[in-house]
Ligand binder design. Structure first.
Ligand code: AMP
Length: 208
């Protein structure tokens, strides 16, 4: 399974990825998670990325592409990968295609988790993330339902940043739906349903 997940911020890509990883053991490559780890670790990359992330803007392509290249070469990505949050624009998608082909690999499917824009703002505003295991929950979760860790609100899930992230998605990322449709790789599920229903639809779409 070499999968690209597409969808607006808050559509549920991370949740779908976590479920697929738990069931099928493929590598989860989330550029957002990798960048947040770099920010937390205070690395040079983290310092450079933080200002873009705080503003809800895309981090410059080259920084993100280098991260993904390194991650794709790691042992755990050799049996398959799920790219979550990458590519985010056409330049990244074109670069990904050429890097993969140089490695003798290719994407099997680009899966769009499709959610109506009006649902997204509510979801992002109430999204909470576990500091310990990264589980994605809601404001109703006092502690993480999986590991009892502390739930927090990501800085970029605050109202002032959400609008810009959605604008960036519309302008830069949504054209990828047509990019992958043109390659005959696009599949789509309705992400505006209960978590378990979405996951069932994902497995059906992927023939799993
Ligand atoms: P995410 O967790 O995928 O919503 O990503 C959080 C933030 O990290 C985004 O708003 C961007 O600032 C940055 N980011 C994540 N993935 C990428 C990417 N592929 N290209 C550029 N910036 C990214």
């Amino acid at each position: 399974m070499n999968l690209v997940l597409l969808g607006a911020p808050g559509a549920g890509k991370g949740t779908v990825a976590q479920e697929l990883v738990a069931e099928f053991g493929v590598a989860h490559i989330s550029t957002g998670d990798l960048l947040r780890a770099a920010v937390k670790g205070g690395t040079e990359l983290g310092i450079q990325a933080k200002k873009y992330m705080d503003a809800g803007e895309l981090v410059p392509d080259q920084l993100v592409i280098d991260l993904v290249k390194e991650r794709l070469a790691a042992d755990d990505a050799q049996q398959g990968f799920i790219l979550d949050g990458f590519p985010r624009n056409t330049a990244q998608a074109v670069t990904l295609d050429s890097k993969l082909s140089a490695m003798g690999r290719e994407i099997d499917c680009a899966l769009l988790v499709d959610v109506a824009p009006e649902v997204i703002i509510d979801r992002l505003s109430s999204r909470r993330t576990c500091r310990a295991c990264g589980y994605t929950g809601t404001a109703a979760d006092a502690t993480c339902p999986k590991c009892a860790g502390e739930m927090y609100q990501r800085d970029d899930d605050k109202p002032e940043t959400i609008k810009n992230r959605l604008d960036v998605y519309e302008k830069s990322t949504s054209p990828l739906v047509d990019y992958y449709r043109g390659q005959g790789l696009l599949k789509s599920v309705n992400g505006d349903q209960a978590r378990e229903t979405v996951y069932g639809d994902v497995k059906e779409a992927l023939g799993l």
